[in-house]
Design a binder for this molecule. Structure first.
Ligand SMILES: Cc1cc2nc3c(=O)[nH]c(=O)nc-3n(C[C@H](O)[C@H](O)[C@H](O)COP(=O)(O)OP(=O)(O)OC[C@H]3O[C@@H](n4cnc5c(N)ncnc54)[C@H](O)[C@@H]3O)c2cc1C
Ligand code: SF4
Ligand code: SF4
Length: 622
C-alpha cells in the first residue's frame, strides 16, 4: 500500500484506502471479482485511479478473520445463476470438489428408533405411511414423488464452499488490484463522528487489538489494532460478524424488521466406500429425522466425497440441542447408512445461518458503507439457498461502485441507494426474498403447519403463507422443555454424566432413549476426536475472548445452559460457580452461542455477545 501506516498518539496506527472489506465469503468474492474483472479488461480506466493515493491504482483491502481463505462451512448445492454470470464459461472441473447437479431427491424420514419427539399428528401420519410400507416406504423413508420447483437446483453446482472461496481468492490475489489479509479479525466499524448516534455514516474499519488478556485489556506485547480509513467500507462478514452486529446495535433495523430466525448447520465431509453407488452431483434433501424440525442433506462431490449435514433451527424449542450427537444419529438412518457405513470421516464443520431473510434485512447502506451477503439478509430459506444470493449482492455492489467511480461521485447513502440498492431491488434476489418472506412462519406453530406454510408460499410465489408471530430467538427456547417430559430422565442423565464423565446434554439424549453411538474410530468418532480431524483448531495467541457472557447473575441462575448443549466445539462448559466457562482455543466460531440462550437482558438479544476473534476450525473441504 502506498499510504504507509502512520502511528498516532494512542499507539494506534491509521491507514487510508479507497475500499476496505470485512470478511471474505461468497458475497465479498462476488464484489471483488466484479471489480477485478473490470480492471483487467481496462487497467487504464481512470475510474481505477485511487482517490486517497493519486497516481496509484485503487487501494482495495479485504480482512478475513480465519487464518486462510478456505474457511467457509457450507453444503453447498446452488443454482449458481449469479456465479455463472460472473464466469460464463465456468467448467466445474476447474474448481476442486465441484460437480454439476445430476439428481435431486427429497425424503421424509421416519424414526426407526422411536426416540424423536413427534407430535400425535405426526405419529398418526407415520402410522399410515407404515401401513402402506410396501407401496411407499423404503429404508424407513418416504420419497416425495417430485421435487417441488422452488427447491430445484437444475443446472446448478455441488460445491465445497472452502474450495470455492480459495479458487476465487487466488484469482483475485493474482489480479494485483486486491489485497486479502487472512488471520485479521475486524473488531468493528469506525463510525463517522456525529453527535447523533443514529447517523448512518462509517469511515472505515478497526482491526482487533493483539497482545491483550482475555478481557481485552493490554498485556505483554500489546499492539492496538489499526484503524483503516476508507472511502467505502464493505460489510460482508456473514451471519454473526462483529461489524454487522455493531452496525445493527448502533443504527437499529428498519421499522418492522428483526433478526429472530437462525439455524446451526453442522456437516461431515465423508469419504465414501470404494464401491459406492452414489455418483457425483447427487443431491438429497431430508426432513423428519432425527427430530421432525431438523432438515438434512447429502451432496456428492467428485472423487467419492460427500457432504452430509443437518440444520438445527431456533424454533426447535428443546434446550438440549446437541447438534453433534444429532448428526451422528442422522447419518445412521437406514436411508443414509447403507451408503455411508463403510466410509471415513474426513472433516467436519459448523456455522450459523441467519434465516430471517427479508424480516431481518438491515439498512443496506449509509454514508461510506454498504452491506452485502448473509449479513444483509440475502439468504433465501424457501429455496434453501444463500451462496448465490450472497455472491449476487456482492456483484450488484461491485457494479454500483464502478458506476459511481466512473461518474466521479462519492459513496454517499444517496448514491449507494440509487445504484447498489436499486440494482438489488430490481433483481431476482429481491424477488426471491419477497416470495420467501413468510414461507417459514408456520414452523412457529408446529412442524406440520410449517410444512403446509412452506408449500403454500412455494407454490403461490409467496402470495399465500401462514401468519405467525416470530418471537425473539431466546424466547423460542422452551425453558422448561427438558423437565416437562423428562424430570426423571434428567436425574438419570445427571447420574450418567457423573459416572461416565460425559457432557450432561449428551447423557440426557441417552437417558431420553437415543441409543449410544457405536464409535468405530473411523466414521463415528467422539466429538473431541472430530475436533482434531481434517481441519485445525487454531486460536492465535494474544486476542481477547470473543464469546462474552453479559450477565453472570443470569448465567448462575440459568437451569437450561443451552449455550453448553449447543456449543459446536465444546468450548462452553459448565463453570465452577454455576456460570459457564469459555475456552477460546476450542471455539470453532460457529456463532451458535449468540442465539442459543433463553435468558435475555433486553427481551430481544441473548445474554451472550459474539465479538471479533481469530482462529476457529478450518477444513479446506468444508
Ligand atoms: C452447513 C451449511 C450448509 C449450507 N448449505 C447451503 C447450500 O446448500 N446452498 C446454499 O446456497 N447455501 C448454503 N448455506 C448458506 C451459505 O453458506 C451462506 O448463505 C453463505 O456462505 C453466505 O455468504 P457470505 O459471504 O454472505 O457470508 P460467509 O460465507 O459467512 O462469509 C463471511 C466471512 O466473514 C468472515 N468474518 C466474520 N467476522 C469477521 C470479522 N470480524 N473480521 C473479519 N472477517 C470476519 C468469516 O470468517 C467468513 O469467512 C449453508 C450454510 C451452512 C452453515
Ligand atoms: S449464556 Fe448464561 S443464561 Fe444463557 S444459556 Fe448460557 S448459562 Fe444460561
Ligand atoms: S463458543 Fe464457539 S464453538 Fe461454541 S457455540 Fe459459540 S461460536 Fe460455536
Amino acid at each position: 500500500m502506498s499510504s504507509a501506516a502512520q502511528p498516532i498518539e494512542t499507539g494506534r496506527q491509521t491507514m487510508e484506502v479507497d475500499i476496505a472489506c470485512a470478511g471474505f465469503g461468497p458475497a465479498t468474492g462476488g464484489f471483488l471479482t466484479t471489480l477485478t474483472q473490470a480492471w483487467s479488461q481496462n487497467p487504464a480506466d481512470p475510474a481505477f485511479e485511487s482517490r486517497v493515493a493519486p497516481g496509484m491504482p485503487l487501494q482495495v483491502l479485504c480482512y478475513e478473520r480465519a487464518d486462510d481463505l478456505a474457511a467457509g462451512v457450507s453444503g453447498v448445492v446452488t443454482r449458481a445463476q449469479g456465479i455463472r454470470s460472473s464466469f460464463p464459461t465456468l467448467d466445474p472441473a476447474e474448481i476442486p470438489m465441484a460437480a454439476a447437479v445430476k439428481q435431486e431427491r427429497v425424503f421424509y424420514l421416519l424414526d426407526p428408533i422411536g426416540a424423536s419427539r413427534r407430535s400425535a399428528l405426526l405419529r398418526l401420519g407415520d402410522f399410515f405411511l407404515s401401513l402402506g410400507r410396501k407401496l411407499c416406504l423404503k429404508d424407513h423413508a418416504f420419497e416425495l414423488p417430485w421435487t417441488p420447483s422452488f427447491l430445484h437446483k437444475d443446472g446448478g453446482l455441488v460445491l465445497s464452499i472452502g474450495q470455492f472461496n480459495q479458487w476465487v481468492g487466488s484469482q483475485l490475489m493474482a489480479s494485483g488490484l486486491v489485497q486479502i489479509w487472512p488471520g485479521t479479525p475486524v473488531s468493528g466499524p469506525i463510525f463517522a463522528e456525529d453527535p447523533n448516534p443514529k447517523t448512518k455514516g462509517v469511515v472505515g474499519l478497526r482491526l482487533a487489538d493483539q497482545g491483550v488478556d482475555k478481557h481485552g485489556a493490554p498485556a505483554e506485547g500489546f499492539m492496538a489494532g489499526m484503524d483503516v480509513h476508507a472511502q467505502l467500507t464493505v460489510v460482508g462478514d456473514g451471519p454473526v460478524g462483529a461489524v454487522g452486529q455493531q452496525l445493527d446495535k448502533r443504527l437499529g433495523l428498519p421499522a418492522g424488521h428483526a433478526r429472530r430466525e437462525w439455524a446451526l448447520g453442522m456437516k461431515f465431509v465423508i469419504e465414501l466406500p470404494e464401491d459406492t453407488a452414489l455418483e457425483a452431483g447427487t443431491v438429497w434433501h431430508t426432513l423428519g429425522f432425527p427430530e421432525p424440525e431438523i432438515f438434512g442433506f447429502l451432496y456428492v462431490h467428485p472423487d467419492r466425497l460427500a457432504s452430509v449435514g443437518i440444520f438445527v433451527p431456533s424454533w426447535l424449542g428443546d434446550p438440549a440441542r446437541t447438534v453433534y450427537r444429532y448428526l451422528q444419529h442422522y447419518i445412521q438412518h437406514p436411508l443414509l447408512w447403507q451408503h455411508l457405513k463403510n466410509g471415513t470421516l474426513r472433516s467436519w464443520g459448523a456455522k450459523s445461518i441467519e434465516e430471517s431473510g427479508k424480516h431481518g434485512e438491515p439498512f443496506l447502506n449509509g454514508d461510506g458503507f454498504a452491506r452485502i451477503g448473509e449479513d444483509s439478509g440475502s439468504t433465501n430459506m424457501l429455496t434453501g439457498s444463500g451462496v448465490d444470493e450472497a455472491w449476487t449482492t456482492g456483484v450488484q455492489l461491485g457494479e454500483a461502485v464502478l458506476e459511481l467511480l466512473r461518474a466521479g461521485k462519492p459513496f454517499t447513502q444517496e448514491n449507494l441507494a440509487a445504484t447498489y440498492e436499486a440494482r438489488r431491488r430490481a433483481s431476482w434476489v429481491e424477488h426471491g426474498a419477497c416470495e420467501a418472506r413468510n414461507a417459514r412462519n408456520g414452523f412457529q406453530l408446529g412442524f406440520v403447519r410449517g410444512l403446509v406454510g412452506m408449500a403454500l408460499a412455494g407454490l403461490t410465489g409467496g402470495r399465500l403463507a401462514l401468519r405467525a408471530n416470530i418471537p425473539p430467538a431466546p424466547k423460542q427456547i422452551r425453558r422448561h422443555g427438558m423437565y416437562e417430559t423428562a424430570g426423571l430422565k434428567l436425574k438419570q442423565a445427571a447420574a450418567l454424566a457423573v459416572s461416565d464423565g460425559r457432557p450432561l446434554h449428551d447423557a440426557l439424549m441417552t437417558a431420553r432413549g437415543w441409543p449410544e453411538i457405536p464409535f468405530d474410530g473411523r466414521l463415528l468418532v467422539t466429538h473431541q476426536d472430530a475436533l482434531l480431524m481434517g481441519g485445525k483448531v487454531q486460536a492465535m495467541p494474544g486476542f481477547a475472548d470473543h464469546v462474552v457472557f453479559l450477565d453472570k447473575g443470569l448465567c448462575v441462575a440459568c437451569e437450561e445452559k443451552t449455550c453448553v448443549a449447543m456449543c459446536s466445539g465444546q468450548a462452553i462448559t459448565p463453570g465452577p460457580e454455576g456460570a459457564p466457562a469459555f475456552e477460546r482455543e476450542k471455539c470453532v466460531h460457529c456463532g451458535a452461542c449468540l442465539w442459543n440462550c433463553p435468558h435475555s437482558p433486553d427481551g430481544e438479544r441473548s445474554s451472550i455477545e459474539f465479538q471479533a476473534g481469530s482462529g476457529g476450525l478450518h477444513s479446506a473441504e468444508n
